[in-house]
Ligand binder design. Sequence first.
Ligand code: CA
Length: 250
Amino acid sequence: MYIRHGSQTDQGRIRTSNEDSFIVNGRSKLFLVADGMGGHAAGEVASHIASTTVEELLTAPGDSQGDPAETLRLAAQSANAGIYEAQRENPEYLGMGSTLTALIFRSAQYYIAHVGDSRAYLLRDGTLDQLTRDHSVVWHLYESGVLRKEDLSRHPQKNLIIRSIGPHPQVEIDIESGEARERDVFLLCSDGLTDVLPDEAIRRVLSDGDKTPQELADTLVDAANMGGGPDNVTVVVVRLEPGAAQEQTP
Ligand code: CA
């Protein structure tokens, strides 16, 4: 089994800048999406700090020792501290924050650290499951049975996030983990994708085994833009291919 990945980001059709960041690091088996928020370019700064901090810590020598879930949690907590400190030092950055959805593979298991309303999905045996819970007002309404999932993207408060990386000195980080299997397809994405494409449309795209992960990523971003492109959109697609490891760059 080996990892094949693809990624794409676009500012969309409305926004004039892209505040999303992402990392694909095949060597360290680290993939992440971060969606920044805050005025005056602060969103870009926040998502950049989030992604680079996690990458630095996950690729540091010695990362392979210890509990992967704990390593991931500490990296996400450091990202939180980095953004929090940056806005204490620079008033222009006050209130900035970022989502963070980071995925690593260690010993045939996957581990996800997650805060905010970006998402991780897993397509396995034709079924698409959302592995993360959105930390948003509307997700709360969905879980309490008030809203259907397909109505979340139309709700006026759909962008209200109740937990993000950066605004506070500490943050609670969700950790998900499970067995990684051959032919699994993982998707990390910002809400610029899921506000436009329902889960079933995403499932159909990801189910195309003839396309490379890069082609799948391109297709998803194109679909978000064809659906109006209301927001920055970022997708990372990771497929666990059967057979011997092959090199993919980067
Ligand atoms: Ca967004």
